[in-house]
Design a protein around this ligand. Structure first.
Ligand code: ZN
Ligand code: ZN
Length: 354
C-alpha cells in the first residue's frame, strides 16, 4: 500500500510502499478514503514536541474510511461500515478519566499518527472501540476535517461554557478556526474572528462571524474592546503575540481557552488581573468519541460547513509547506481513493469543497 512515512525529523516525509497491516485482537483494518492534514502532523513529522514519535511512523489522525477486515473479538462493527480514526486512538477505559467522560485525559492513551501509525496511507489498523461511525449524510471529504479540527473546536466551545449573547473571540481562522466560528455561533455567541489574512476573514464572515479584525492592520485588543470586550477567547493560532492579546481582550469573568500548541510555547499571565477579573484559563485537548459523534450529527443536520481542498498523498511534503506558509484557506485533505475515482470526484470538487 502507499503510505506517507516519516523516517527522520530533519528529512522530508516520503511516500513509500508498505505492507498492509493485519488487524490484531480488538482491531479493525480500515481502507482509508480521506485524511486531513492537521498542524499536529507537521509537529509530529518534525519532532517538535517533548516526547517525539518513535521512527519510522505514519502520521494522520483525521482518517476516514471503510472497515475492510475485523480482528478477533471485535463486536459492534461490520465490514463496509464507514468510520473515523481520530487523535484518540485508544485509551485504557478504566482510569478515573476514562470512567468519568474525560477519556482524552487518559494517561495510557495512544494517539493515531503519533504513537500508533495513522491514516496517511491506503490502509490503517485501529482499536475498534475508538473508531467512530460516520453517518451516511456526512461525506468522507467533510468527515476528515471534522475528525480533528471539528471535534477540537467543538470541545473547546463546550469547555468555555458559552451562553447566548456572550462575545467569543476566535484567534486564528484556518482549519480549526473556520469551524470554531460556526460552533460558537451555534451556541448563541456573538463571534469576533481575528486573523492576519483578509481572505480568511472573508471566509469567517461567510460562515457566520459577526465581526472580523485583521490583526496585521489593527490592534486586536483595541478592536475587541471597542466591541465590548470578549467573554471567551479561543486561541487557535501559534503566533506568540496572540496569547497576550487574547488575555488582554477578555472581560471580567472571561475564559481564555488554549488549543493551539506552539513549539516551546509559554504563557505569562499577570496574576493581579487574572484574580481581580476572575479569569479562567482552560486547556482543551481534542474531544471524546461522544463529542465527535455529536460533531457528525450536527454536520448531518446541515448546521456546519467544511471548507477543504484535496491533495494527493504524493504531495504530502508540499502540503505541509503550504500549511506552514499560511497559503491554505482552511483544511487540506488527502484523497486516498483509487486514482480513477479520485480524478473523477476531484474534477467536480476542486478547488474548494463546501
Ligand atoms: Zn489534529
Ligand atoms: Zn484511561
Amino acid at each position: 500500500m502507499r503510505a506517507a512515512v516519516v523516517t527522520a525529523f530533519d528529512r522530508p516525509i516520503e511516500v513509500a510502499d508498505r505492507p498492509i497491516p493485519a488487524p490484531g485482537p480488538g482491531q479493525v483494518l480500515v481502507r482509508i478514503e480521506t485524511c486531513g492534514l492537521c498542524h499536529t502532523d507537521i509537529h509530529a513529522a518534525r519532532g517538535d514536541w517533548p516526547v517525539p514519535p518513535a521512527l519510522p511512523f505514519v502520521p494522520g489522525h483525521e482518517g476516514v474510511g471503510r472497515i475492510e477486515m475485523v480482528g478477533p473479538g471485535v463486536d459492534g462493527h461490520r465490514i463496509g461500515e464507514r468510520v473515523a480514526l481520530a487523535w484518540l486512538g485508544s485509551a485504557c477505559g478504566a482510569c478515573r478519566y476514562c470512567v468519568s467522560g474525560r477519556e482524552t485525559l487518559c494517561e495510557a492513551q495512544r494517539n493515531t499518527g503519533y504513537s500508533v501509525d495513522g491514516a496517511f496511507a491506503e490502509f490503517a489498523v485501529a482499536d475498534a472501540r475508538y473508531a467512530v461511525p460516520v453517518p451516511d449524510a456526512v461525506s468522507s471529504l467533510d468527515a476528515a476535517p471534522l475528525t480533528c479540527a471539528g471535534v477540537t473546536t467543538y470541545a473547546a466551545v463546550k469547555a468555555a461554557r458559552v451562553v447566548p449573547a456572550e462575545r467569543v473571540a476566535v484567534f486564528g481562522v484556518g482549519g480549526l478556526g473556520h469551524l470554531a466560528v460556526q460552533y460558537a455561533r451555534l451556541v448563541g455567541g456573538e463571534v469576533i474572528a481575528v486573523d492576519v489574512s483578509d481572505e480568511k476573514l472573508r471566509m469567517a464572515a461567510e460562515l457566520g462571524a459577526d465581526h472580523t479584525v485583521n490583526a496585521a492592520r489593527h490592534d486586536p485588543v483595541a478592536a475587541i474592546r471597542a466591541l465590548g470586550g470578549a467573554d471567551v477567547a479561543l486561541v487557535l493560532a501559534v503566533a506568540p503575540a496572540v496569547l497576550g492579546q487574547s488575555f488582554a481582550a477578555l472581560n471580567r469573568g472571561g475564559r481564555l481557552v488554549l488549543v493551539a500548541l506552539p513549539a516551546g510555547g509559554e504563557l505569562v499571565l499577570p496574576v493581579f488581573d487574572t484574580v481581580i477579573k476572575g479569569i479562567s484559563v482552560i486547556g482543551s485537548i481534542v474531544g471524546t468519541r461522544e463529542d465527535l459523534a455529536e460533531v457528525f450529527r450536527l454536520h448531518a443536520l446541515a448546521r456546519t460547513t467544511v471548507i477543504a481542498r484535496t491533495r494527493r498523498i504524493e504531495d504530502v511534503e508540499q502540503a505541509m509547506q503550504d500549511v506552514l506558509t499560511g497559503t491554505v484557506p482552511a483544511r487540506l485533505v488527502f484523497d486516498l481513493r483509487s486514482e480513477g475515482t479520485r480524478t473523477a470526484a476531484a474534477a467536480r470538487r476542486e478547488p474548494a469543497v463546501r
